[in-house]
Design a protein around this ligand. Sequence first.
Ligand code: ADP
Ligand code: MG
Length: 672
Amino acid sequence: KATAMAGTEPEDETDELGDEIDAKAMMQRELEDQRKTLPVYKFKDELLKAIAEHQIIIVVGETGSGKTTQIPQYLHEAGYTANGRKIACTQPRRVAAMSVVARVAQEMGVKLGHEVGYSIRFEDCTSEKTAVKYMTDGMLLREFLGEPDLASYGVVIVDEAHERSVSTDILLGLVKDVARFRPDLKLLLSSATLNADKFSDFFDMAPVFKIPGRRYKVDIHYTVAPEADYVDAAVATVLQLHVTQPPGDILLFLTGQEEIETTVEEILRRRTRGLGTKIAELVICPIYANLPTELQAKIFEPAPPGARKVVLATNIAETSLTIDGISYVVDPGFCKVKSYSPRTDAESLLVRPISKASADQRAGRSGRTGPGKCFRLFTEHSYRQDMADDTVPEIQRSNLASVVLSLKALGINDMVSFDFVDPPASEGLLRALEDLFALGALNSRGELTKTGRRMAELPLDPMLAKAIVASERYGCSEEVVTIASMLSAGNAVFYRPKDRALVADAARQVFSAGGSAGDHAALLNVYTEWEQSGHSAQWCADHFVQPRTMRRARDVREQLEALLERVEIERRSCSGGDLDAVRKAITAGFFRNTAQRRRDRLYRTLKTWRTVFVHPSSGMARLDPPPRWVVYHELVETSNEYTRQVTEIKPEWLLEVAPHYYQENNLDAPEP
Ligand code: ADP
Ligand code: MG
């Protein structure tokens, strides 16, 4: 018996190995079959023919037709990368780039980062092998700095052009120019909306290739009266659909991470009330920009048999990501909109009603695989009367300093004659030029200075970039780079569990020496101590610090360090703790964000005379007495205007770091 067993063993093993290979081959075949069912597949030859015949093409097709995942593969298979040139496919959103590329690598049966890779800010997953490169539009914009003719690319696909992000709009102007002197470059624009004429006009009547979508009928339901609390109404609607409607997944549109998280909790809480009755399982899948990658994949997994999936998504699910199997859409009709006013210089991220075009896109998500239903949590009257037809392009509601700096670095001096799809308001451009001049990035003739050139190399907001450049003078580049990395890693450095809020607050106060050291120093201290702990998860737990944010900060820091070398800034530390050096460098970048205390806890911004408060999350919020002079990282507008990430400064520093901007007499306002 023993010999028999020994004899069969190796065979068993090969069998198992064989099974594994079979399973893999089967999965690959399945993916292959799925690819063939996508609407774009039937038009593959026609599309390739059109691309061969025209240099520039606009591709229009319903979300989910396969534009993003398939077209780059078709071009790769058709030999467009055979000459060693790459295909770029840009996305306005990081998550979309990452999620789509994972799928494409799977379909091609290659490891992510080999033939297919992606590049997003602070994260590069490509190699020499990479032929198909997904990237954010902002990253391709940065590549122009090193390669103004995009020589390493044979095809550029500007995907999701209808989103009209600032970077997409600038890209369109730049690639139009490159296409003129590089007849070998193929340019594709893809858009999910049928309103492609604008792009066609912009590209001198480039042909529009339409991929007819499968779209089933969608029943639209409105509320009779406006909802007082849309989150509450959304939870009720989702649960009611779950109990009363036939199988099919639900997609709920919300405005951001925090709202999604509380809604998840609320659904869980109210769902358990129904326990005991025979209600099918409800699988809850959130998706938003900062969700860890492992969890992002979950939204694509089908719910187990008998269960229903509800996806809680931000705008990202409107056109960038397609989730199969959605039969019901719940749309409260809101999204977060960034807006900027050059007059007040305040940037705000506010929850606003969406446009009709957005509402229609959202509804369409339910009718991809069969007839769908869309439940709008607003009235038909408000759809018809209150909602704008289209969303205003981001370029017309953004701070343009960063864009203008990039364009100047590309040698584009005259902003007014740049070929914009929709030009930004001249007031905004002027404001950006003034700001860059104040930062020393431009000279009085509007030309890029050496400082400006260095700033443009850093993928950061110009003010933060300036702080890093200035840190050279104060011998504290190490510290300022750490602070910049922490500021870029996201707002969620600390967490605050409801049942331990006081302990968490106390733990947090320690990092800023009870508030007096300032928020920038607090970020520096958090990072330094985390490093010293050996990146310990326990340390994070003990101090209520989010490990994910810290890991991201470390990644950002590594990249910034490499860039320091490129712009020839020596890595120096003001060790021994001369924090005033660090504060001065920060002030050199953020001097325009100076506020002076008027009375109590009320501050006034020095340049725009706005009344602002210190954000409650700041270590300084409870300092008594509050400092008289502060610089802040940003101004956020909610019910009031709040300054976030605040540090005390001495007014005479302003004369030192920005003598062309501040004179003595600006500063001697009477004591409060
Ligand atoms: P389009 O760009 O035209 O909107 P896509 O190419 O993004 O379409 O999507 C085509 C199909 O690929 C969709 O059915 C979508 O569900 C699927 N898909 C895309 N990304 C993933 C992913 N990460 N996991 C699973 N399926 C995906
Ligand atoms: Mg797409």
